[in-house]
Design a protein around this ligand. Structure first.
Ligand SMILES: Nc1nc2c(ncn2[C@@H]2O[C@H](COP(=O)(O)OP(=O)(O)OP(=O)(O)O)[C@@H](O)[C@H]2O)c(=O)[nH]1
Length: 236
């Protein structure tokens, strides 16, 4: 009992030590809690980043898919356009060919009757308008039936081809001669007077006989009869 101050001092020291221990323990717990909190926060942040990354990867995959689809659509469109263009081009070509066939004589490849008559009408109108002369020569192979009967149709065809090339050689222009019947032909002569047309008709007869003698058997005498019609400038 007589050592009370010492006991009081010891008590105070004990209290101070206990407080210090408590403080230390509190600080430790706080640090632990703080670390726990930080770890959780970092983990959730990481999780959020991973989710964001996944979303971005999905978006990227979607974009790539869209890009591929766009390429496929572009390729398909190009393919379809090419097919349509080829088809349209072929159709135009076919129409042109049909038009040529419709206006051309199958054997001589000269303009057929429809074609040469249309051209004749055009030249006729032009001559009227310009008050220029216009002549035509119409001619026909003589005794052609006999040629066919005696020498065969194949040789008859050759005789027709001979007539076509002789006429072409004379006029120099395929478009001015037409085959208007089996062995009948028409030559259009714009800006040509009657005298010149008659001269040409005689030259034509001579040319056909000459070529016929060269190209065909000697027994086959190829001759043509021709007539000339004329529209003179003076008569208009
Ligand atoms: N080889 C051949 N013959 C044809 C062709 N087209 C028509 N002919 C023949 O030509 C002949 C024409 O006979 P016609 O109209 O009597 O004429 P032609 O015998 O010359 O008598 P003319 O005109 O009076 O001199 C017919 O026998 C037809 O069969 C053809 O493309 N090739």
């Amino acid at each position: 009992m007589n050592n009370l101050p010492a006991a009081y001092g010891a008590l105070q020291e004990f209290v101070a030590l206990t407080k210090k221990v408590d403080d230390n323990s509190f600080s430790h717990q706080t640090t632990e809690l703080k670390m726990k909190f930080d770890t959780t926060r970092i983990e959730s942040e990481n999780q959020r980043l991973i989710e964001n990354q996944n979303l971005k990867e999905q978006e990227l995959a979607l974009l790539e898919k869209n890009k591929s689809l766009q390429h496929i659509i572009l390729l398909l469109t190009g393919f379809i356009l090419t097919i349509v263009s080829i088809f349209a081009y072929k159709q135009v070509q076919r129409n042109r060919q049909l038009q040529v066939i419709a206006l051309t004589d199958y054997l001589t490849k000269l303009p057929n009757r429809r074609h040469i008559y249309a051209q004749a009408a055009q030249y006729f109108q032009q001559a009227l308008k310009q008050q220029s002369p216009f002549s035509v020569i119409i001619f026909d192979a003589d005794h052609f039936k006999k040629i066919n009967d005696n020498f065969g149709h194949e040789l008859g065809d050759r005789a027709l081809l001979t007539i076509a090339s002789a006429s072409q050689a004379l006029t120099g222009n395929k478009d001015l001669i037409g085959r208007i019947g089996g062995e009948e032909f028409l030559i259009l002569l714009p800006n040509t007077d009657a005298e010149r047309a008659c001269e040409l008709a005689h030259q034509l007869q001579a040319q056909i006989s000459r070529l016929g003698a060269e190209d065909l058997p000697a027994e086959l005498k190829l001759t043509v009869s021709a007539g000339v019609a004329h529209l003179s400038a003076a008569a208009q």
